[in-house]
Design a binder for this molecule. Structure first.
Ligand code: HEM
Length: 407
């Protein structure tokens, strides 16, 4: 672990300190220079620092202290009682953590209840597509994001990757929940707990030999840039595919879907100056952040295997070849290769011919006789997959880790 520079960063109070400590080091992975302007963000302004060198200066020192004091088991025990957005924090939390969480659970002034309601309508109407895209698109794509794949692999949860992947994938669905950010909902709690988990990982992973050997020179994981990379693999990617598939989406539904994810980004500790304020801005930022960093890793391909096993276990009739083919159709061959997905000469042409027709039929744009019979096998399997996945429904129990994956 690069102890001194990490400590210096925290002492210097975050972003500027980080820039000072690491500014001279060349980024170890190829990404174009950061030019995205904060004028395109929900904040409308900002310092414009490259988010590669910004982490979470509020959460990180607090979680480092919680871990170093040995408080994690007690805190996890207490946090299990905190489930609903409107619930007070459990009594007995360490004062520094409680003060931080009271602050972190506040919704930003720009949260808009009408847009959140539109997002719910959107999920209700388009859930089959978003379900398939989160599960077989974003979920698999995360294995082709080297930094994310390695962070997940070498962290504590990496030892039980199945559980880890299922938990993260479920967040995608919970974002679309009817009550997500309502007082009786759970998304504030989930997002704040995730923020704590990420801050803990920033303290722990630099101590992992496996992570340090593969981090490509990054000394602290999960920078603000990394978080936005993953964010784009979720809503930005999903919206782009819906447009590719010509799914009709109203302006208010599109605004609502963006909004619920903007809010999620904020609640997870992403700074407002990095959160895009429109789909155009999101696409521009995604081209700069996500596209250039995708790649194949041993750890990512191991995660792909686990993810495919989870899907197979759901037993929705989705055979492995069909999953491979649908995911390749959705992600494209380049990303499909990075993930380690097999090629499927039988299913791939069938899906690329049938899926656009199925979408057009579902949306009332073409009549039934134009759909080839075999297409219904695909449609039925995807539909059952989405329903089963949604029905899994157990509450996410997020735990702050206090160690890395045992090596
Ligand atoms: C944990 C979501 C970005 C690495 C989690 C958890 C959720 C989550 C829900 C808790 C699940 C659990 O307890 O296992 C997200 C979302 C992101 C994001 C929605 C962005 C929008 C990232 C990035 C990285 C990362 C960019 C790494 C580069 C991890 C790791 C854990 C974690 C290592 C902890 C696993 C453990 O317990 O050991 N994330 N994450 N995440 N995330 Fe993220």
């Amino acid at each position: 672990m690069d102890g001194p520079s990490r400590r210096r960063m925290l002492i210097a109070g975050g972003a500027l300190g980080a820039l000072g400590a690491l500014g001279a080091a060349a980024p170890a992975y190829a990404r174009p220079q950061w030019t995205w302007a904060p004028s395109g963000s929900v904040a409308g302004q900002g310092a414009g620092l490259d988010p590669e060198w910004v982490w979470d200066e509020e959460a990180d020192p607090v979680l480092a202290a919680v871990i170093d004091r040995g408080d994690v088991p007690r805190v996890n025990e207490l946090l299990r009682q905190w489930q609903r957005n409107d619930q007070p924090l459990p009594a007995g939390l360490p004062a520094d953590l409680r003060d931080f969480m009271e602050q972190a659970r506040q919704m930003p002034s720009w949260a808009d209840s009408a847009k959140l309601a539109a997002a719910v309508q959107f999920t209700k109407k388009k859930g089959i597509y978003t379900g398939a895209l989160y599960g077989l698109g974003s979920g698999l794509m995360s294995t082709a994001i080297p930094r994310e794949a390695r962070a997940v692999y070498y962290s504590k949860g990496g030892a039980d990757m199945k559980d880890r992947i299922a938990k993260t994938a479920k967040l995608g669905y919970d974002v679309g929940d009817l009550d997500a950010y309502q007082p009786r909902g759970t998304m504030v709690v989930t997002a704040v707990k995730t923020r704590l988990v990420h801050a803990a990982v920033r303290h722990l992973l630099p101590q992992s030999p496996g992570w340090s050997a593969t981090s490509g020179g990054q000394t602290i994981p999960i920078s603000q840039a990394d978080m936005m990379v993953t964010w784009h693999s979720l809503p930005t990617f999903v919206m782009r595919k819906l447009r590719d598939w010509r799914v009709p989406i109203s302006q208010s539904e599109s605004d609502g879907f963006l909004h619920v994810w903007q809010l999620t980004a904020h609640m997870m500790g992403i700074k407002d100056e990095y959160i895009p304020d429109s789909w155009d801005e999101a696409n521009t930022q995604s081209r700069q952040l996500l596209d250039p960093v995708l790649g194949a890793t041993r750890e990512g391909q191991a995660l792909t295997e686990v993810l495919l096993d989870i899907v197979a276990e759901l037993d929705a009739g989705l055979t492995r070849p069909l999953i491979n083919a649908f995911a390749r159709y959705t992600l494209g061959d380049r990303i499909g290769d990075f993930c380690g997905l097999d090629e499927e000469p039988f299913w791939e042409p069938l899906i690329s011919a049938a899926w656009p027709l199925l979408v057009a039929f579902r949306e009332g744009l073409i009549p039934l006789p134009l759909i080839p019979q075999a297409a219904w096998t695909v449609e039925e399997a995807i539909r059952r997959f989405v329903l089963l996945y949604l029905a899994e429904g157990r509450p996410i129990e997020l735990e702050i880790p206090d160690a890395n994956r045992p090596s």
